[in-house]
Design a protein around this ligand. Structure first.
Ligand SMILES: Cc1cc2nc3c(=O)[nH]c(=O)nc-3n(C[C@H](O)[C@H](O)[C@H](O)COP(=O)(O)OP(=O)(O)OC[C@H]3O[C@@H](n4cnc5c(N)ncnc54)[C@H](O)[C@@H]3O)c2cc1C
Length: 422
């Protein structure tokens, strides 16, 4: 693998056979996460494909001419022509391998796969999940000089990283962009010396043997495992929902309602959390329109009575969102009337979705810790689960309040408990 500049591009890329080029930048966490994977891929595929790196900031003109507008981006070339789709952001090894394999013959791929050596590494603690809970556990364990690895299929930060503004995390006078808080926390954890394995594929997790396989061939054995894999919001799978998540569509009223003072807000849902969150949003918003699929709310009676007494809330029963769009600063929800099948548009300043979250436990193998009726992991006050040496922290834990502060508290407790035990 070598580094080239724009002046060498024609000779090194366009006049060559199979080439993959990494456009990277400095102060770019996903670029740092990619570097060791790119190097490992170069060792594996290096005889068949040429691996090159180009510093994007120093070669802007070339980058722009190739349509490279973010870092890192991998571009694939064969005989001077771009082949395969480019990959950017938190790039996984499997995404690179998929494209490289497609550029080679079956025999070449088999030859390379035959060379692929499985590796085994041993740690005292493996942390699954690099959200605030996992990162905090990492900070404490790293400072206690405990051999720790933090594993995440995405880049570190969890929900923090996608939250527009965080104004309730202590220590900052002004609201902080969530991605900056995620950056500070993950850099703090890295500086303690723990290993990061991020943007990886989690191939398997065995909580009994305490073994995690990543990227298909890297086995990580640990004496103890901390689970901090968080939750996934239930989604409606309506077009636009994914694109505007965090940019007009929110899943957290505690976090975002304060940005809607005197504004109109749409709330999707009709259960307890939707009603309670809608009531909370009225402390800020001028008007809240709730969209509920049934002809009655499914929240408890007290919550419904509070809602009925609140003049700021209207409920549209038997409606479901079919699409979300942004028009200027407003969000437009296209709703279907489930009785008449007619559609109509509802324009507001922001949409909140409260149709529940689910705990990310399905990825944790076949033997799972004990969970509550909603699938959240039960722990004792030291964050220990019922499985020996398995801890759970953050939003995945069965508890009442899920915030960054409660997640970091769980991470702290698990790490201190483990430090005393090891
Ligand atoms: C839109 C939104 C805005 C919010 N705003 C605020 C706010 O302003 N203030 C506040 O205090 N709280 C806020 N919250 C709540 C807060 O973000 C969460 O309580 C907190 O992030 C929970 O931390 P966590 O580490 O438990 O989980 P998460 O932040 O969910 O992180 C879990 C991590 O685990 C990783 N993971 C998933 N599966 C696996 C696996 N198989 N193996 C390894 N890793 C895995 C994920 O990639 C992720 O990085 C907000 C939540 C949302 C959804």
């Amino acid at each position: 693998m070598k580094e080239i500049n724009a002046a060498d591009f024609e000779k090194e890329v366009l006049n060559e056979g199979k080439v993959v080029v990494d456009f990277y930048s400095t102060e770019c966490p996903p670029c740092e996460a990619l570097a060791p994977k790119f190097e490992a891929m170069a060792e594996l595929y290096g005889e068949k494909v040429k691996f090159l790196k180009i510093f994007r900031q120093g070669n802007r003109e070339l980058a722009t001419s190739l349509g490279v507008s973010s870092s890192p981006i991998l571009l694939f070339f064969d005989k001077g022509k771009q082949v395969q789709s480019s990959i950017s952001g938190g790039i996984k090894k499997s995404e690179i391998m998929e494209r490289l394999d497609a550029m080679l013959s079956t025999d070449e791929v088999n030859e390379i796969k035959g060379k692929q050596k499985s590796t085994v590494s041993e740690y005292d603690v493996a942390i699954l999940g690099g959200g605030p809970a996992g990162l905090t556990a990492g900070i404490y364990l790293g400072q206690a000089k405990i051999r720790t690895v933090l594993i995440d299929p995405a880049l570190p930060g969890g929900y923090m990283g996608i939250t527009h503004q965080v104004s309730n995390y202590p220590g900052f006078e002004q609201p902080q962009p969530g991605f900056m808080l995620a950056h500070y926390m993950s850099e703090q954890a890295k500086h303690t010396g723990i290993d990061f394995k991020v943007a990886v594929d989690i191939t398997s997790v065995d909580l009994v043997k305490k073994e995690i396989v990543i990227d298909g061939f890297e086995t990580i054995k640990a004496k103890k495992i901390i689970i901090g894999t968080g939750t996934t919001p239930n989604t409606m799978n309506a077009p636009g929902e994914k694109e505007y998540k965090g940019k007009g569509i929110s899943y957290c009223a505690t976090c975002d309602a304060k940005y809607f003072v005197d504004k109109d807000v749409t709330v999707i849902g009709g259960g307890n959390s939707a009603v309670e969150e809608a009531l909370f949003i009225t402390k800020f918003a001028r008007k809240v329109t709730m969209i509920h699929q049934f002809d009655k709310l499914t929240a408890n009676q007290t919550a419904i009575e509070h809602l009925k007494a609140n003049e700021k809330i209207d409920v549209m029963y038997e409606h479901e969102p079919r699409r979300f769009e942004k028009r200027g600063e407003t969000m437009v929800a296209t709703l279907e009337d489930l009785k008449t099948k007619e559609t109509k548009e509802l324009v507001s300043d922001g949409v909140f979705v409260f149709i529940g979250f689910k705990a990310n436990v399905s990825v944790l193998g076949s033997v799972l810790p004990e969970t509550d009726n909603w699938g959240y992991i039960k722990t004792n006050e030291d964050m220990q689960t019922n499985l020996p040496d398995i801890y759970a922290v953050g939003d995945i834990v069965s508890k009442k309040y899920r915030q960054i502060t409660t997640a970091v508290a769980d991470g702290t407790i698990a790490a201190i408990t483990i430090s005393k035990e090891l």
